[in-house]
Design a protein around this ligand. Structure first.
Ligand SMILES: N[C@@H](CCC(=O)OP(=O)(O)O)C(=O)O
Length: 357
């Protein structure tokens, strides 16, 4: 059992907040260092997650300008050393020792790797070394918003700050024109809110607002308060920690019992569902109480899923209630299972709505 660590904060900064035309902008790096130093002086233990390796590597090697797949991974492999080297030097000029940690989500999901990751972060903290994290992109490029969210839950951080080049989440995509209003606080992230606001694209980054909202699902379901804010202010970390009105703040989701681990959250929010099962009334109650969903509590199954695949669990009106890994293939659900067979137990799924009907 890991205890919550309110002073630990994860600060994720995107490519556009550090890099312009394929080069690190010294002023932007200084602003990041200033934010981290202010946070440390206020008693926080920041963990920095930075992007930028791919953009820097593309500029360094002419053949990689618009490469995808393995070429993009090579760009990251070239750029990562340059990115970290420059960050380490600038942080040092602010009196801060840093250490580079390259991770994949699986390092947080798989138990034995996770233990070593945790030990490294704990030791860095006790030695006053600021971790500078990036995805280990040479092995496959995913997204740092999501990695930062998984890491914040894994470390039981008190706060996740996602820095970007927009001031927060808007009630409609500002790029569509017309009046868009920043949403200051989100008490509960819902699929409806995500659909409303999720189209906002962050130029130059890999994910845009949609990816940030995926990260918000993961972090808030891990019990971590999450703030999306722009990079303009070095006081951002302290302000976010104090609950000031900056960007968009997402309240952590109250969780009954054990918080979902990184693997369950990864499956619920980042693994495309291979099918869906529809609940009968008794199934709705089972999901509401995070109990096993049994065959008799399901009316229909859709999709060609296999045992272990991720499926949506929906109400009769197709409302998404939960998502998780089903224990039986579609064929067994349709024809073979005994009525009492548990298709998913409580630790196999994450409820998506707080108040399932
Ligand atoms: N890990 C990659 C960036 C991946 C990523 O999520 O980028 P961004 O959307 O700019 O935060 C890199 O260092 O270039």
């Amino acid at each position: 059992m890991v205890t919550p660590d309110e002073d630990r904060v994860v600060l994720k900064i995107g490519t556009t907040s550090l890099v312009t035309d394929g080069r690190l902008e010294p002023e932007k790096v200084e602003r990041l260092c200033a934010a981290v130093r202010l946070g440390i002086r206020a008693g926080l233990a920041p963990v920095v997650v930075t992007s930028g390796a791919i953009a820097i590597g593309r500029t360094r090697h002419a053949a990689l300008g618009d490469a995808n797949g393995a070429g993009q991974q090579v760009a990251a492999a070239i750029g990562q050393g340059l990115l970290y080297g420059a960050l380490q030097e600038t942080f040092a000029s602010y009196g801060l020792e840093t250490g580079q940690v390259l991770l994949t989500p699986y390092d947080l999901i798989e138990a034995d790797r996770g233990e070593r990751v945790r030990a490294t972060f704990d030791e860095m903290r006790s030695l006053g070394v600021v971790p500078i994290v990036n995805e280990n992109d040479a092995l496959g490029v995913r997204n740092n918003d999501v990695l930062a969210a998984l890491l914040s839950g894994f470390l039981r951080a008190g706060l996740l700050v996602l820095l970007t080049n927009v001031p927060g989440l808007y009630d409609r995509d500002p790029q569509l024109g017309g009046k868009a209003t920043r949403i200051g606080k989100v008490a509960e992230l819902t699929p409806q809110l995500e659909a409303l606001a999720g189209g906002t694209v962050v130029a130059g980054g890999t994910g845009g607002m949609q990816m940030k909202l995926s990260a918000c699902w993961i972090a808030t379901y891990s019990g971590v308060r999450t703030v999306i804010a722009d990079t303009a202010d070095p006081a951002v970390l302290v302000a976010a920690r104090e609950g000031a009105d900056i960007g968009t703040a997402f309240a952590p989701r109250p969780v009954r019992g054990a918080r979902p681990d990184a693997g369950r959250l990864w499956r619920a929010f980042r693994t495309p569902p291979r099918g869906a099962v529809t609940c009968a009334p008794a199934g709705l109650i089972a999901i509401e109480h995070r109990q096993a969903l049994r065959r008799i509590q399901v009316t229909t199954a859709r999709g060609q899923f296999h045992a272990g695949d991720v499926v949506d669990i929906t109400g009769p009106d197709a409302t998404l209630l939960a998502r998780g890994s089903i224990r039986y293939p579609a064929s067994a659900v349709e024809f073979g299972c005994e009525p009492g067979t548990a298709l998913l137990v409580g630790s196999d799924y994450v409820r998506i709505r707080r108040d399932a009907p």
